[in-house]
Design a protein around this ligand. Structure first.
Ligand SMILES: [Zn+2]
Length: 145
């Protein structure tokens, strides 16, 4: 294989990966789509001391486990919704039930995310909490991209 060919394959694979992510995001209902952005912001911009960092690590561990379970539930419910749509092709009882289930698990994901946000806030100093609150507010009121 020539280098040129390898490069071409790499580019095609990259485009496919990016498209896959994009399509996945566009198709699936995004519970609190800003959640992970907010998360990154909170962790990067707050100048935590060592004690806070240790507390945060513990909080993160709990959150990661719960969040993963809730996300898995949501994915399973979305898959059932897709099946129901494919089976019924109308707004029938299966689709309706699957929508309800999907919304419920979306709510569950939001709840664990919010619980996490409050748990993090509880370990912050007042100056950090102010930045944190502003970031949460920006994140929740930001326009959907
Ligand atoms: Zn976190």
């Amino acid at each position: 294989m020539t280098l040129r060919r390898i490069a071409l394959i790499a580019v095609v694979a990259l485009i496919a990966a990016v498209l896959g992510v994009y399509i996945g995001r566009a198709m699936l209902p995004q519970p609190m789509h800003t959640g992970s952005e907010l998360h990154a912001l909170l962790h990067d911009r707050l100048d935590l001391d060592a004690a806070q960092q240790a507390k945060l690590d513990a909080i993160e561990k709990t959150f990661a486990a719960t969040h993963q379970k809730r996300e898995a539930q949501l994915r399973a419910d979305n898959a059932r919704l897709a099946e129901a749509i494919a089976a019924e092709h109308v707004y029938g009882p299966r689709v309706a039930a699957a929508v309800d289930a999907s919304h419920q698990s979306m709510g569950a994901v939001q709840k664990v995310t919010l619980e996490h946000i409050f748990a993090v806030r509880a370990i912050l100093r007042p100056d950090q909490a102010a930045k944190f609150d502003a970031a949460v507010n920006r994140s929740l009121t930001a326009e959907t991209k």
